[in-house]
Write a protein that binds this ligand. Structure first.
Ligand code: GLN
Length: 397
């Protein structure tokens, strides 16, 4: 038998645990549970996306450039440009999903200093499960900043954020709308974050995969507030209801013409490092997404999505409240959190036929609020009603 390298036995192998989302989905299948755990839409992607793929498979099947299919980089630049911030195709790198985008950024932006100590990366807790292992794999240290659960909902602890900046801090990671809480950072919160990043010269990584999924104020893209230092991550899977397609993107900071800036160097590295992982994302899927993005924009697809998710969110929230749970109403994403003190999601999936994600999956060991759970409402209303019935009979036993 080949020997496992000692390095793999320690730090890296400890990071190879199966993700809570795939464990819960597996248990949901095993126990025939309604799955409000892993966040993926239950239905098919829109017809215009599937039609686009039919014309592209067979026509665009070979490698494309690691930075992405030119047509997709152009479509994304057009789609993401706002009155406050122009995005140019050269700023876009297409990746295999937002997960690979975040990984490429971790690779390019941080690591271990010459003294052997890791860069520090600030991220809000509850924290989406990929951020910590990705930082650790790159040699950096994740530093968790609290989000406080108040009677009005979740609030990021921005004083805490300020206190946690050290000379080793290199980047600040903001997920907006935020998974798992559904919090949409206000403009004032984002401005304070940007001010801090400028004061300490930090990179900003803005994971904005739920950018089109909001129920009140639209989230402000961080690249509008800090174009010189923000890397934006986005996802066709989230926007176009096709999470298995694995088409994500990075928008690197705007480049200053005729001047080699740090952001320009890093932007080149991002594509260069992504190239060693996957070379390029699947070409026919990139091509189909390029065709679908303007259609989604022109046909009001995102408005329809928001209306339909908003209705399902309210159905789930009011159902949970009537069962006595405390619900934090989300401003965006397709998740909400609730407090059900004493409820054990591992027992619930096996004996109550309902899969939800335990809040502890998003916290450092032992620090999750008691009874915190996350539920996904990107499922048909009939599934949500079935989930509520199952929870009612489970709680009534
Ligand atoms: N983003 C999804 C969630 O939070 C799933 C992510 C995954 O399974 N890779 O449920």
């Amino acid at each position: 038998m080949p020997r496992v390298a000692p390095r793999a036995l320690h730090a890296r192998s400890a990071l190879a645990a199966e993700s809570v989302f795939s464990v819960m989905s597996r248990l949901a299948v095993q126990y025939g549970a309604v799955n409000l755990g892993q966040g993926f839409p239950a239905g098919s992607p829109p017809e215009f996306l599937l039609e686009a793929l039919k014309t592209q498979a067979g026509a665009a099947d070979q490698y494309t450039a690691p930075a992405g299919l030119p047509a997709l980089r152009e479509a994304l630049a057009a789609d993401l440009t706002t009155a406050a911030a122009v995005v140019r195709p050269e700023q876009v790198t297409v990746t295999c999903g937002a997960t690979e985008a975040m990984h490429a950024l971790a690779d390019a932006l941080y690591g271990t200093g010459t003294d052997g100590a890791g860069d520090e990366v600030l991220m809000f807790e509850p924290v989406f499960d990929i951020y910590r292992p990705q930082a650790l794999l790159s040699g950096a240290t994740p530093v968790l900043v609290g989000m406080t659960l108040t009677p009005e909902g979740w609030q990021p602890d921005l004083d805490g954020l300020e206190r946690l900046v050290t000379p080793r801090t290199r980047a600040l990671l903001v997920n907006n709308p935020h998974n798992p809480t559904g919090h949409v950072f206000t403009r004032a919160e984002l401005e304070r974050i940007v001010q801090l990043a400028r004061q300490h010269d930090l990179w900003i990584i803005a994971d904005e995969v739920y950018d089109e999924l909001y129920f009140g104020e639209a989230p402000v893209p961080l690249r509008e507030l800090a174009p010189e230092r923000t890397f934006t991550v986005g996802s066709a899977g989230k926007r176009l209801e096709a999470t298995g397609w694995r088409i994500g993107w990075i928008v690197s900071p705007a480049q200053v013409a005729s001047q080699v800036t740090a952001s320009q160097v890093i932007a080149t590295q991002v594509t260069g490092l992504h190239q060693w992982a996957t070379f390029c994302a699947p070409t026919p899927l990139q091509s189909a997404v390029a065709a679908a993005l303007p259609i989604a924009r022109q046909t009001g697809f995102y408005e329809d999505l928001r209306a339909s998710y908003g209705a399902r969110m309210r159905l789930l929230a009011s159902g949970l409240r009537s069962l006595g749970l405390t619900v934090q109403q989300p401003g965006g994403s397709y998740f909400l959190t609730a407090l059900a003190p004493g409820l054990d999601p591992w027992h619930l999936v096996e004996h109550g036929g309902l899969a939800v994600i335990p809040g502890s999956a998003f916290y450092a060991e032992g620090s999750a609020p008691d009874g915190l759970i996350r539920l996904a409402f990107c499922k048909p209303a009939s599934e949500i009603l079935r989930a509520l019935e199952r929870l009612e009979s489970y709680l009534g036993r």
